[in-house]
Write a protein of this length. Structure first.
Length: 81
C-alpha cells in the first residue's frame, strides 16, 4: 500500500506535490483538509464530505417529509385553523 494518500502527485512535476506546487499553481491546496489536489478537480475529501452531508440532508428531509405529509393530511384536524 502506498504510504500517504494525502500526497497527490503533481501533474507538472511528476513527483509528490510540494507547497511550491501550490504556490506555482500546479496544484491547489485544500485549506480545510490541508491536502493537495489537481486544480481542475475538487479536493477528494471535500467531495466525500459533500456526498456524506447530502446523504444526511436527504435522510433528514425524508424524515421531515413524512412529518409534513402527516400535517398536510386533510383528515388531520391539527391542519385546520
Ligand atoms: Zn508541481
Ligand atoms: Zn478538502
Amino acid at each position: 500500500m502506498p504510504g500517504n494518500i494525502n500526497q497527490h502527485h503533481c501533474a507538472r512535476c511528476g513527483s509528490i506535490a510540494k507547497p511550491r506546487c501550490a504556490r506555482q499553481g500546479h496544484m491547489e491546496q485544500c485549506k480545510i483538509h490541508n491536502v493537495y489536489h489537481n486544480s481542475r478537480s475538487e479536493c477528494v475529501r471535500c467531495k466525500e464530505q459533500e456526498k456524506r452531508e447530502e446523504r444526511e440532508k436527504r435522510r433528514a428531509r425524508e424524515k421531515e417529509g413524512k412529518k409534513a405529509n402527516r400535517k398536510a393530511d386533510p383528515n388531520n384536524k391539527e391542519n385546520t385553523e
